[in-house]
Design a protein around this ligand. Structure first.
Ligand code: PA5
Length: 443
């Protein structure tokens, strides 16, 4: 298959002899534990064979719902947070035209996101904008009770009903949630919204290939078949013990054991910013527990070379980089010749902007490696649905293996509850009286 590639030589050169082999020796057991579902968190392995299990009928259902939303809405607000948000946004931004929303020619709905923060100004400004739009809402929450999302949805539901009438609102509000539990399910059933189920055995950060990601991606006008095909091809590729995902997992764990505690995901395409954000959640929530875990950071180059470049080049040598490199951009822009050459850029005349970008990438890689920063490189032939599908499954699979190599349960996130408990106690939520008292005593 045409596939994304992984280059490791600029990272493995930093490893002490024997360390990578030691880590690699543990890979088959991790693979087996995943495949035979004997690992910790084994009730959350539904993502593993999800791509190959997606049927044309299921995709047709998603596409039909997306078509209804596209017909009745010029704007679609996706309400969700964390795993119920980042995957969809990552794919939509990676594939979309970054300025289409400004041109707003109506060929695609404007996709907006809410429920991923509690900023009052954000919600006020969103509401003001929506006042002039024919908008719909996709309410995504597995638990159906997440405060950020529930709060935004309460506001959006009311505005949609007030603005478009209860009957139309019913047509343009869709729920993606648990089959039976949670307030989002209760509301969807009571109001008669179209709804999709998030499978019990797929955790939030692994759910982009369920309706959580697929419905918004289809609404934005992208090709679900190619996305799922890419993921399914990568799923097949990852069945052996030595594959692109196990190699990535092994090298990053060997680097961690060699003192490289921070991994920085790097892109050279602004469209990949939210892919970085999705990856940070995937790896951060999966590995950061029990007092261990590679810290996942991310930068957008060359932009952040002008802010974080100094630290990366010369700061504490506890970092490594994983660069996502896109071989072929969608468009061609040539640097024009200028008679006066006041900016001194005529040495670039006739070259593609991407050639400048690629030389920045190569120059940075060499400089950072010279500065003591191991570099891994993931090469994507193009930024399209098929390769994004591959990339998503590759990262998910590698994350499962990597977490097991670290000896943690990669599929839970007990630490996320701590802030919620305090927030509910401070807000006086019924049932939290004892915690409220305890916190007050501390303040
Ligand atoms: O990965 C996770 O489990 C979390 O990031 C959740 O996706 C996030 O907290 C949102 O949860 P929910 O979908 O229940 O609203």
């Amino acid at each position: 298959m045409n596939a994304i590639r992984l280059e490791l030589d600029k990272a493995t050169a930093f490893l002490p002899e024997g360390l990578l082999d030691e880590v690699k020796a543990a890979v088959p057991a991790a693979q087996q534990a995943l495949e035979q579902q004997t690992c910790p968190g084994n009730d959350f392995l539904g993502w593993m064979h999800l791509p190959s299990g997606i049927t044309p009928d299921f995709l047709a259902e998603i596409k039909a719902c997306a078509a209804t939303l596209r017909e009745h809405c010029d704007t679609i607000v996706v309400a969700g947070i964390g795993g119920s948000y980042l995957g969809a946004r990552a794919v939509i931004e990676a594939l979309g035209n970054q300025f289409e929303w400004l041109a707003n020619d109506g060929s695609n709905p404007i996709m907006l996101f809410a429920g991923n923060n509690i900023g009052e100004d954000y919600l006020a400004e969103l509401s003001a904008y929506l006042r002039h739009r024919k908008f719909g809402v996709i309410n995504i929450s597995k638990s159906g009770t997440t405060t950020e999302t529930a709060l935004a949805f309460r506001l959006l539901k009311k505005q949609c009903e007030d603005q478009r009438g209860k009957e139309t609102a019913r047509k343009v509000i869709v729920a993606v949630t648990d089959a039976a539990k949670g307030a989002a399910r209760t509301t969807a059933d009571q109001e008669g919204y179209t709804s999709f189920v998030i499978p019990d055995n797929v955790g939030g950060r692994f759910s982009v290939l369920t309706p959580v990601g697929l419905l918004p991606i289809a609404c934005a006008g992208f090709d679900l078949d190619a996305l799922v095909k890419g993921a399914a091809d990568m799923e097949a590729e990852c069945s052996s013990d030595d594959n692109i995902a196990t190699r990535y997992a092994a090298v990053r764990n060997a680097l961690y054991r060699a003192g490289k505690k921070i991994e920085i995901l790097v892109n050279y395409q602004p469209k990949l910013h939210f892919m970085n954000e999705w990856w940070k959640q995937l790896y951060g929530e999966s590995e950061g527990k029990d007092g261990v875990g590679i810290f996942p950071a991310a930068v957008d180059f060359t932009t952040d070379l002008h802010s974080m470049g100094q630290w990366i080049q010369e700061g504490e040598r506890t970092i490594f980089e994983t660069v996502i490199s896109v071989e072929k951009p969608r468009h061609t822009v040539l640097v024009p010749h200028d008679e006066e050459n006041l900016d001194g850029l005529n040495f670039l005349a006739g070259k593609r902007v991407d050639e400048v970008n690629k030389m920045a990438e190569l120059g940075t890689l060499l400089a950072h490696v010279d500065g003591g920063v191991p570099n891994l490189r993931i090469v994507m032939p193009e930024l399209n649905e098929y390769y994004l599908g591959q990339l998503i499954y590759f990262f998910e699979r590698a994350c499962g293996i990597s977490g097991l190599l670290l000896n943690v349960n990669p599929f839970d996130q007990p630490g996320v509850e701590a802030y919620k408990k305090n927030m509910f106690a401070l807000l006086g939520k019924p049932g939290y009286e004892a915690e409220t008292e305890a916190l007050k005593a501390r303040l």
